[in-house]
Ligand binder design. Structure first.
Ligand code: KG4
Ligand code: ZN
Length: 354
């Protein structure tokens, strides 16, 4: 649906509320970030994981203030915008309703275009943000590893993403969080586990699920169970720090070995379809893991690929990526009907090119 025509070149406001980050960002159509804000909800710490109802209420409480802050910083009024975009799935439906409801209401009130952005596509296109200088031309391979997703994707164009493989059980970040919990670390557990692992030796041979298997699917639940069993077999009482550190290092080594093996297969797979493809991009919170980054960089180089990772704040959930995905779609003439509803499940395969 086309909105008012006189702000065709105006900035785009992006909104992200699909999990536990409440975020807003305003981008000029050339990709310049005018203002951005992210609130990582601390409300879930006591529960050791995201509680959907609490997340939705927190989005409702914080989103209007974050949007006002971003609009202020960017020196914008709603009437200056070209469009408003929100993550419309996949994700926790309560949060998606809050974010997309807000965006739809504001778009309607101010006569702007609305874009319902697929959150996975937003992650997938982030590397193309011009100011990052990563020169991510299509096609490229994306490894997306977060608390909710673990997928290898051939990014062929806007709305053209081929899922090469994905997890058949837990996401990589989920496994980090669960093992961290077993070791008595806080939540989210990934960063704490990585810190502890630095003090340990990877001396325990935990299983490496699907290693060497055809394709590039991932599996982490057997590894997580093996760690749980190992911890249960320990003498009762708190784990000595060195024991916990060795377990953390051994678990992390297993995850990295699996990710590297799967990435290598994915690079072979994408090369079969696109012989000239030579870029591996990572995204998602797990991409913050330094050991994993180094290992992936080496694997990529060995396969003749360049390795690119957006800065951490753009790897984890944020609204810059939502606004940028919207700009990519707008450039191809895409926008969405104002009454399109958010989708808790929205596989990339069901996404259409604009
Ligand atoms: O992308 P993200 O911020 O949120 C979503 O899940 O969408 O990813 C968060 C996940 C959590 O599971 C967290 O434990 C993990 O990323 N993570 C890490 C590290 N930093 C964050 N995992 C391993 N090593 C890290 N340094
Ligand atoms: Zn995400």
């Amino acid at each position: 649906m086309s909105g008012r025509a006189w702000h065709q070149s105006g900035p785009v406001l992006g909104i992200e509320t699909s999990c536990d980050e409440t975020a807003a960002a305003a981008l000029a159509q050339d990709g310049t970030i005018l203002a951005e804000a992210v609130l990582s909800q601390g409300d879930h710490q006591a529960f050791g994981g995201v509680v959907p109802e609490i997340a939705a209420r927190a989005h409702l409480a914080h989103l209007p203030r974050l949007v006002a802050q971003v609009m202020n910083e960017a020196g914008l009024g709603f009437g200056d915008l070209r469009a408003i975009a929100a993550s419309a799935g996949p994700g926790l439906i309560g949060g998606l309703i809050v974010g997309s409801g807000y965006a739809r209401g504001a778009a309607l009130a101010h006569g702007l275009d609305y874009l319902a952005i697929n959150h996975l596509e937003a992650h997938a296109l982030t590397a193309r943000l011009p100011s990052l200088g990563l020169r991510a031309d299509f096609p490229y391979l994306l490894l997306l590893a977060s608390g909710g997703h673990c997928q290898a994707i051939a990014v062929e164009g806007v709305g053209r993403h081929i899922r090469l493989g994905g997890t058949i059980d837990d996401a990589a970040g989920e496994a980090f969080d669960k093992v961290a919990k077993l070791l008595g670390l806080g939540w989210p557990g990934g960063p704490a586990l990585e810190r502890l692992a630095r003090e340990g030796k990877p001396n325990h041979p935990f299983p490496r699920p699907l290693l060497g298997r055809k394709g590039c699917d991932f599996s982490f639940s057997g590894l997580k169970t093996a760690v749980a069993q190992h911890v249960a077999d320990m003498p009762p009482g708190a784990l000595p720090r060195q024991v916990a550190a060795d377990i953390a290092a051994s678990f992390q080594a297993a995850v990295v070995a699996v990710m590297v093996d799967r990435a290598r297969h994915a690079m072979t797979m994408i090369r079969a379809a696109h012989p000239a493809c030579s870029l591996l991009v990572v995204a998602g919170g797990v991409a913050a893991n330094a050991v994993l980054r180094v290992a992936l960089q080496e694997t990529a180089a060995a396969q003749g690929f360049t390795f690119a990772a957006p800065p951490l704040r753009l790897c984890t959930d944020n609204a810059v990526m939502v606004a940028w995905a919207a700009i990519e779609r707008l450039r191809l003439g895409g926008s969405d009907p104002i009454d399109v509803v958010p989708r808790p499940r929205w596989p990339l395969a069901e996404l259409a090119a604009p």
